[in-house]
Design a protein around this ligand. Structure first.
Ligand SMILES: [Zn+2]
Length: 84
């Protein structure tokens, strides 16, 4: 028996009884489960759906590229010399 971590989904409404904040969610390796603690409704969603493309986001924006090549800030050579 797996001790799944159940947690309430904020703002979730039970599709059966309509109660809000009564729906808990937990997952195992394959599925995500929803469960209403108010009426006993339960539902399950397969996680590894074929054709899901959530990893297509662009990693680097032009701004990030500019940041990467920005030279190290050089100390101002006109700083007054030490008074000796
Ligand atoms: Zn319910």
């Amino acid at each position: 028996m797996v001790a799944a971590k159940k947690r309430f989904i904020a703002g979730a409404v039970c599709p059966r009884c309509g109660a809000m904040d009564r729906v808990v969610m937990y997952t195992d390796d394959e599925k995500r489960y929803r469960e209403c603690v108010s009426c006993g409704f339960s539902d399950e969603v397969r996680l590894h759906e074929p054709g899901r493309e959530l990893e297509t986001r662009v990693n680097r924006t032009p701004e990030e590229r500019r940041e990467a090549v920005r030279p190290v800030r050089i100390l101002d050579p006109r700083d007054p010399p030490d008074d000796q």
